[in-house]
Design a protein. Structure first.
Lengths: 220, 302
């Protein structure tokens, strides 16, 4: 079920003009910002399908930049996001792509700074609702509906068990979980959507686990 | 995951067997699925209602988009209505002027509440604030109007689409008009089944509507499609309240909408490459606004 709340239908409260191309785009940008964990210094934004054809008219560009600056869908600053980005030292480039993506409203965000680079593919599926379909080359499905943990780790036996033990010991229930890896024994990614709010103590505990290299969260 | 209804048949059956309005079933499902309290959920919808009221008020003062393509029509419509000369009647005129008001605010990058999308955001509030003057609902009933709209929209979003890029305008103003019709019926005292009939009657008259925004802007023809969506919602609700039923059941109408959307060429799904966007005037406007026309002129004689 892609849409889970009545507020996906009657909502979001947002700056116009398009729920999919403005609000959904802002949310994709904001999820990327959250997962990156800080404001990036640069962003290369590839747009596909309807996004590529109509992004200027819909304000998709300012919305994604607004999202990268951590603005919510109703934040008036979306309108002046380009000026804000210049002021805050975020450089950006938009690249409309010819090739057809699986979903008509697809954006591929490559963002980074001197400490790292992250690549995320987001789709805007209507009414302001979006999904992350790929992160750093890992296919996944992340809706942003639930608090989520994204754990980058080495592909070793027992890592998943130790992570789920930590969650269980804190009384955190797993709603949905996906695991993926690029190659056997190499880097792997766990995406865990949970029912409860994730506290700092749990994140710190997860970071100390053997073979875990990075922990990021996405709050509801 | 626990869910009370996943299609309109289940929604209506639940409401009728428990003698509850559809809005109540939606609230119960929201509590179940999000684990939030009933009070929190109702308070959020109340806040969304306030956003809608503010947008209509702003639009009726007269707003204009940056492109210059839309604005000021809500004022024209209200003024005309007040002359008492309108042929379609005050309630319809009020509904369409308030629908247009919301969409003019949206086009001007103002603050609106998507219902179910921003491009179709005028229809649900426009009809609500017009019907309000006839039925004198309580604040609670107005909030329930939004939950009933949301219940039908929830089914459409999960079983078909509410995205113009995926399903054309039928998925946006089509869904909004049908949702509003169902909500009007409930507010007017109709049965859950009559809400479903009203939904079907309107949706059947939206099938095939393409998404062809000039210059890719949510302005032409979106604003006027909200006006007509609001008018259809009121008429559809009246038809259902009169006892007219849809020959094709609601869930099959939604499925038909979905399939029609899937078979629509991408030029007619929010790419600004076909339909009105590809007319000589549409292309000229795009060139004027953005400097150069991106529209493929292959199929167009200018």
């Amino acid at each position: 079920m892609k849409f889970r709340s009545v507020f996906d239908i009657i909502g979001p409260v947002m700056i116009g003009p398009s729920s999919s191309h403005t609000a959904g785009a802002a949310r994709i940008g904001r999820v990327a910002r959250t997962l990156f964990g800080r404001q990036p210094e640069w962003a290369k934004i590839h747009l596909y399908g309807s996004f590529a054809e109509t992004y200027k008219g819909h304000g998709t560009d300012v919305a994604i930049i607004g999202g990268l600056l951590d603005y919510d869908t109703f934040d008036e600053r979306i309108k002046t996001a380009f000026e804000e980005a210049d002021r805050l030292g975020l450089t950006y480039e938009f690249i409309p792509e010819e090739e057809e993506a699986e979903h008509p409203n697809t954006a591929r965000l490559v963002i980074g700074d001197t400490d790292g680079v992250m690549e995320l593919i987001g789709i805007s599926i209507g009414g302001g609702t979006m999904e992350v379909t790929e992160l750093n080359g890992f296919p996944l499905r992340l809706s942003g509906h639930f608090p989520a943990l994204l754990i980058v780790h080495e592909d070793r036996a027992g890592v998943i068990a130790s992570v789920s033990n930590s969650l269980a010991s804190q009384g955190v229930n797993i709603a949905h979980m996906e695991c993926g890896r690029k190659e056997k024994g190499e880097m792997a990614l766990m995406v865990i959507e949970v029912d409860q709010f994730i506290n700092e103590a749990l994140i710190d505990e997860l970071k100390t686990l053997k073979h875990v290299t990075q922990v990021s969260t996405l709050a509801n | 995951m626990e869910v009370l209804f996943s299609n309109v048949k289940e929604l209506v059956a639940l409401a009728e067997s428990q003698s509850k309005p559809i809005s109540e079933i939606m609230i119960e499902q929201e509590v179940l699925m999000t684990k939030r309290t009933r009070e929190e959920i109702i308070a959020q919808m109340d806040a969304n209602l306030t956003v809608m009221e503010n947008a209509v008020e702003k639009g009726l003062e007269g707003v204009y988009s940056k492109s210059g393509l839309t604005g000021g029509d809500a004022v024209l419509l209200q003024n005309y209505m007040k002359t008492g000369k309108s042929l379609s009647g005050d309630l319809i005129m009020d509904a369409i002027s308030k629908a247009v008001a919301t969409n003019e605010v949206n086009a001007a990058m103002g603050t609106i509440c998507a219902t179910p999308t921003a491009g179709a955001a005028g229809i649900v509030p426009g009809t609500l604030f017009a019907v309000k003057n006839r039925l004198n609902p309580t604040r609670e009933q107005m909030i329930n109007y939004l939950f009933t709209s949301g219940a039908f929209g929830f089914v459409v979003a999960n079983n078909a689409s509410i995205s113009g890029a995926a399903g054309g305008c039928q998925a946006e103003t089509g869904s909004a008009g049908s949702m509003a019709a169902a909500a009007i019926v409930e507010m007017a005292g109709g049965t859950p089944q009559q809400s479903a009939e009203a939904f079907s009657i309107v949706m059947k008259n939206m099938l095939g509507l393409v998404c062809d925004p000039v210059a890719g802007l949510v302005e032409v023809p979106c604003v006027k499609r909200n006006a007509m969506g609001a008018a259809k919602a009121v008429v559809g609700a009246d038809m259902a309240l009169a006892g007219v039923v849809s020959t094709i059941p609601t869930d099959e109408v939604i499925e038909a909408m979905h399939k029609i959307g899937q078979s629509m060429p991408s030029a007619l799904r929010e790419t600004a490459k076909g339909g009105l966007a590809a007319t000589p005037t549409g292309k000229a406007l795009e060139a004027k606004i953005f400097g150069t026309a991106k529209v493929d002129s292959g199929s167009v004689t200018s």
